[in-house]
Design a protein around this ligand. Structure first.
Ligand code: SF4
Ligand code: FES
Length: 377
């Protein structure tokens, strides 16, 4: 049970806050790919501002003390960090399970051997499409062959391999090919993540937005494949909240399960929160992670239910979806305290519904006008 206490700043603090279990470590915003759906903030952190190896080691020690058991080493592209082996060793030494989240570009045999020896436990490889040309059009960079090689190396190293496919207008109809690709590459799991519209994805929303028929076909395909795969490979379907008209339980609730550490050490309750105004996000260089998690204004701002207005306040689903996503509410309405417009009960739902139901050109892949993500700072 969470007891509510009002602090001196007027922000509600919650005593008895449960510890986080996962940490997303954005090691670098640099990336050799330029994916149009990238959820990194449009203002990227510069390479010179990145935390050092020793600072990351301190983050993992504090995270472990706080209760974190799982870390996703991500970016951008974490392989751009020359000290990645040291970072993995530090996380593993702190007792935290490490998963590398990578484009595969820059993963070579010797490097993977060093990472595995340092304690790396699993790899999640991003895949844009099963067709090399279509894949590179979405990524904005030559990368398919590197991904194929990375998948082979990971399997040879006997590490669990997962694929992450961000789904959108240009690849939803290739669902069967993507599953076949996962089988051919030896993946144990494919995360089929319908695009979440933050950062660069929000900027590219027009080009990425699927139509209802595409989603319905893909959903049927997932069910069909699940029956056929029967334990050989797991398919995870991340819901398309715009299309479903339901708010997603974003991050399992604000400040409830996990935290995100940006490349410069700023700590956020979610990867998209850098875009929220007035957040005053704390940094590991100035504060201990425990204080950040339990006491900081940032992590208490939308924790629990006290911040909710109508219709969430009186809605039975508020304990399940936590009122949806604060970043999406802000991005679409300019007010992070409003009900997520993805919810059909939101007074702002027309913002989403009208966008989904607008007549579209019939050829999704004809000429996607992507604003590609910058290479990196
Ligand atoms: Fe969830 Fe709020 Fe919508 Fe209810 S009104 S379903 S709590 S987002
Ligand atoms: Fe920030 Fe949903 S992405 S709360």
């Amino acid at each position: 049970m969470t007891e509510v206490v009002t602090g001196v700043s007027g922000v509600t603090r919650h005593s008895g806050v449960q510890p986080p279990w996962a940490l997303l470590a954005e090691l670098s915003h640099g990336c050799p790919l330029h994916c149009a759906y990238c959820s990194n903030p449009t203002e990227l952190v510069g390479r010179s501002e990145e935390l050092t190896t020793a600072q990351w080691a301190g983050v993992f020690r504090q995270a472990a003390d706080l209760g974190v058991v799982q870390s996703h080493l991500s970016g951008g592209e974490p392989l751009l960090r020359r000290d990645l082996t040291g970072i993995v060793a530090a996380a593993d030494g702190a007792g935290i399970h490490t998963q590398l989240v990578t484009s595969g570009v820059g993963l070579h045999e010797k490097r993977l051997a060093a990472l595995t020896a340092a304690g790396l436990r699993s790899v999640q490889l991003s895949v844009q499409h099963a067709d090399p040309r279509a894949s590179e059009l979405i990524a904005g960079a030559r990368s398919f062959a590197a991904k194929e090689r990375a998948a082979r190396l990971v399997r040879e190293a006997e590490l669990p391999l997962g694929l992450n496919v961000v789904l959108h207008r240009a690849n939803l109809d290739a669902l069967d090919d993507l599953v076949e690709l996962g089988l051919a590459w030896g993946a144990e799991r494919i995360e089929l993540a319908n695009t979440q519209f933050y950062g660069w994805a929000l900027r590219n929303r027009e080009a990425l937005m699927p139509d209802r028929e595409q989603i319905a076909r893909a959903r049927e395909g997932v069910e069909r494949w699940r029956g056929r795969l029967a334990g050989r490979m797991e398919l995870v379907w991340v819901v398309p909240d715009y299309i479903d008209g339901t708010a997603k339980p974003c991050m399992g609730g604000w400040g409830a399960l996990s935290l995100t550490v940006a490349p410069d050490g700023t700590v956020y309750p979610c990867p998209a929160a850098a875009a929220l105004p007035g957040l005053d996000a704390p940094n590991v260089k100035d504060h201990r992670l425990e204080w950040i998690w339990r006491e900081s204004k940032t992590f208490n701002l939308y924790r629990g239910e006290e911040w909710m207005g109508d219709p969430c306040r009186g809605c039975e689903l508020r304990t399940k979806d936590f009122g949806g996503c604060r970043c999406q509410a802000y991005a679409l309405t300019g007010d992070a305290t409003r009900t997520d417009p993805a919810c059909h009960l939101s007074p702002d739902h027309a913002l989403v519904r009208d966008l989904v139901d607008r007549p579209r050109l019939p050829e999704p892949m004809a000429a996607p006008a992507y604003a590609y993500r910058k290479e990196g700072p």
